[in-house]
Design a binder for this molecule. Structure first.
Ligand SMILES: C[S@@+](CC[C@H](N)C(=O)[O-])C[C@H]1O[C@@H](n2cnc3c(N)ncnc32)[C@H](O)[C@@H]1O
Length: 378
């Protein structure tokens, strides 16, 4: 059963082979999954996202194994890359939402998943009513996007849905994401995190690895890796507890008795921005113009930051830097913050605390985003 060497020192190649087997051969559809990690329910999808999802072919949906909804706002005309695109559900939904002026590339290493995704390119072009398809799928490893032909500073938004946990070398994945993003670009992704460093026994469990549990990063490490690479401090969008309920798997997770408690898991959606080092970081008073389609009244930027149309709000210098130098630039009026204003800063959030609080749901509709056909940022 073990897929690993001594002391949990799994070889990257073994992990790739095991994961390919799991997603290519073992699982036939999401009904075969054994935990709630992949398919954690997403809550409150925005209408135009639901409308786009309704157009996706059933075969693609059946092989969807994501753990969140990775549809950010303001998508029209964007160039998007999906890390670990699987059967292509998110790529197709986003292809609809970016419109014909945008483009979506999915990358995956598993032939069977790519086969399903590629089979329906023409079908989706047709149902979206597009002249030309705006989506493609490439075979490759997300730890090495260069080999897959993805160039430096070429992507506006990267998404990923329940994949980075499956990679041994998570830092390489995030480093590559940083390299290919343009300045002002964003990595918007859902993944599984643990409340601790996992024991070798959990890490070595082949089924739990495939089910996105064994490779879960301790959530605190995401903050240190992101900082080391140069991303802004991660912003938490939503968090949902993941349960390992099958008795034979539960017993493995429960065996982590190092501190007398069982290991716990949570699915979290984060947004990580890449900004130029030269960007200004001054607190600002901002006014949201309500022109992002799907977000006419308000936009929930992360679990606590909500912009209401035409309502002045003071934000800290880091948030102002993000809004000023990303695709959101034209959506906010900004002026110098009043000197007495004391905006709260984005900080480390324990996703387990968030998941058990009132704000635990994917409260912003987790991205609804775009409205096809609009020329405005939508
Ligand atoms: C849990 S599934 C999620 C698929 C898709 N994101 C979705 O939401 O349906 C994980 C996918 O990531 C792919 N994958 C895992 N590790 C990978 C890697 N290192 N490079 C490329 N693809 C990888 C697998 O082949 C599989 O299709």
């Amino acid at each position: 059963m073990s897929c690993c060497g001594q002391n949990g020192a799994k070889r990257k190649e073994d992990i790739h082979d095991n994961v390919k087997e799991y997603y290519g051969k073992t699982l036939k559809s999401n009904e075969d999954l054994k935990t709630t990690a992949c398919v954690t329910p997403s809550i409150k999808m925005k209408k135009h996202v639901t409308d786009a999802m309704k157009l996706i072919h059933d075969d693609v949906i059946m092989k969807y194994y994501g753990c969140g909804l990775v549809v950010p706002e303001c998508l029209h005309g964007m160039k998007i890359l999906d890390l670990g695109s699987g059967s292509g559900r998110d790529c197709y939904a986003l292809a609809k939402l970016v419109g014909e002026d945008g483009f979506v590339t999915g990358i995956d290493m598993t032939d069977e998943q790519l086969e399903t995704a590629n089979k329906y390119i023409e079908h989706h072009r047709d149902v979206f009513g597009f002249q030309k398809s705006n989506v493609k799928f490439v075979r490759g490893y997300i730890e090495n996007l260069k080999d897959a032909g993805i160039e430096d500073n070429s992507i506006d938004i990267i998404i990923s849905n329940c994949v980075i946990n499956l990679c041994k070398d998570k830092k390489s994945v995030l480093q590559e994401a940083f390299r290919v993003l343009k300045d002002g670009g964003e990595l918007y992704f859902s993944d599984i995190y643990a409340d601790r460093e996992l024991t070798d026994e959990i890490k070595e469990h082949k089924v739990l690895w495939g089910e996105c549990i064994s490779g879960a990063l301790h959530w605190k490490h995401l903050y240190s890796i992101a900082k080391e690479i140069g991303f802004e401090v991660p912003r938490t969008v939503s968090a949902t507890i993941v349960n390992v309920t099958k008795p034979e798997l539960e017993s493995v997770v429960d065996e982590d008795l190092s501190d007398g408690s069982d290991a716990k898991f949570v699915s979290v959606t984060y947004r990580l921005f890449k900004l130029s080092t030269k960007v200004e970081r001054e607190p600002k008073e901002v006014l949201y113009n309500g022109e992002i389609i799907g977000y006419e009244d308000e936009i929930q930027f992360d679990h606590k930051l909500n912009f209401v149309k035409d309502t002045p709000q003071t934000i800290d210098g880091d948030t102002a830097a993000i809004l000023l130098s990303s695709r959101f630039e034209d959506e906010f009026e900004m002026k110098k913050a009043k000197c007495c204003a004391n905006p709260s800063k984005n900080e480390e959030i324990d996703p387990f605390v968030l998941a058990s609080s009132d704000k635990s749901t994917n409260n912003q509709g987790n991205g609804g985003g775009c409205c096809p056909g609009s020329q405005k940022c939508c």
